[in-house]
Design a binder for this molecule. Structure first.
Ligand SMILES: Nc1ncnc2c1ncn2[C@@H]1O[C@H](COP(=O)(O)OP(=O)(O)O)[C@@H](O)[C@H]1O
Ligand SMILES: [Mg+2]
Length: 352
């Protein structure tokens, strides 16, 4: 039986455009023999639409002018679907499974996952708690620490905290340079490398534009390597191949990630096999420690001793275009992109 998949894209997030890129690949490659995709776009104002125009108009945002019907996902388990809010009243469109191809706030932070839990419709990816915990870098680090998973030393600062003495504490406890970042953002938005005490205030202000909590982290030196993990519980598996990103501007930033190609990807990562194995082992440990399911990309720094690694973060809905790191690691590890999408939908449909 063909399954109806609501493929949700856009969203109220600084990564709205990234979602449009990811979903374009998903719609091009989803197995249409097995699945009937329904396109559900959320615009930047947070309005939901069932979109019925060409998938090719999603990438540049043109879908917003295309044929579409306002809709909502019903939290009522009697519905298990979308309510299309047409001119003549509402109409139910039943959905078998949801693929929220949404990045960042409102997409991979547990919010939409909460709505999906209420709806009773299976969905791809991590649940409410895992999504929320991975999104908040302070909470995630607390959990990494409690599971003995190495991660950067840091200080958390809340908006409005007294900053007197802060630079001195950073000098004493972390040393310079440091990285200042919003506790809950993504795609390097609001992240600044700060060379000395004079730059701290401006970097914190920049981070607070994206949320009420910021992290000041010791600067880690090493290759930035990433591992794809898929599955649930004891069935969680790391990709056999890990990847490496090489930012050309010293920071893997939004432009470099998506816009100007100034980031090189190396697959496999240029690190010794023993270090790659350490990454795979720790990636699965971290994934399980935070109770992830479905998928996540776990990012590390691999240090120059060729052995040690430090975990940077877990992304529960990593960039998902066919040329993004997560799908590429999976395809290099033996799955086609189409099989990857089907595998994630199967995991969603079969999980308890
Ligand atoms: N502690 C750190 N040491 C060195 N580089 C860092 C550190 N934290 C972040 N970076 C750089 O900034 C980028 C973005 O930071 P990250 O914590 O991954 O945030 P995001 O959630 O926005 O991806 C990283 O890919 C890395 O290049
Ligand atoms: Mg990152």
């Amino acid at each position: 039986m063909k399954q109806t998949v609501a493929v949700v894209f856009g969203g109220v997030s600084t990564e709205h455009e990234v979602s449009r890129m990811s979903v374009t690949s998903v719609l091009e490659n989803i197995d249409r023999e097995a699945y009937t995709p329904i396109m559900v776009g959320i615009d930047k104002a947070g309005r939901w639409f069932r979109y019925e125009g060409p998938a090719g108009a999603i990438l540049d945002g043109g879908w917003e002018q295309g044929p579409k019907t306002p809709c909502v996902l019903s939290p009522d388990r009697g519905h298990r679907g979308l309510l299309l809010l047409g001119e003549g009243g509402w109409q139910l469109l039943p959905v078998d499974v949801v693929f929220p191809v949404l990045h960042g706030k409102n997409g991979e932070d547990g919010t939409i996952q909460g709505l999906l839990e209420l709806s009773g419709i299976p969905y791809v990816g991590c649940g409410v708690a895992a999504s929320a915990n991975c999104m908040d870098k302070e909470i995630a680090k607390t959990l990494f620490d409690s599971h003995g998973i190495p991660n950067a030393r840091y200080a958390a600062v809340r908006h409005g905290d007294d900053r007197a003495g802060l630079a001195g504490r950073v000098t004493a406890q972390l040393g310079w340079p440091v990285f200042v970042k919003p506790a809950a953002s993504g795609s390097s938005v609001g992240v600044t490398r700060v060379e000395g005490p004079g730059g701290l205030d401006a970097a914190l202000d920049a981070a607070f534009l994206h949320g009420p909590k910021a992290l000041i982290e010791e600067a880690l030196v090493g290759a930035e390597v990433e591992c794809a993990v898929m599955g649930q519980g004891p069935g969680a598996r790391a990709s056999q191949v890990i990847g490496q990103i090489v930012p050309k501007r010293g920071l893997y930033d939004y432009e470099g990630k998506y816009l100007d190609g100034s980031t090189d990807l190396y697959i496999p990562a240029r690190v010794p096999e023993a270090q790659a194995q350490a990454v795979r082992t720790l990636a699965v440990r971290a994934y399980r420690a935070l109770e992830c399911r479905g998928l996540a990309r776990v990012d590390f720094f691999a240090h120059s001793d060729g052995k040690s690694v430090t975990l940077n973060e877990i992304n529960t809905m990593p960039g998902f275009t066919s040329i993004s790191m997560y799908p590429k690691l999976m395809t290099r590890s033996g799955l086609t992109y189409t099989q990857l999408i089907s595998g994630l939908l199967e995991l969603a449909l079969t999980q308890e």
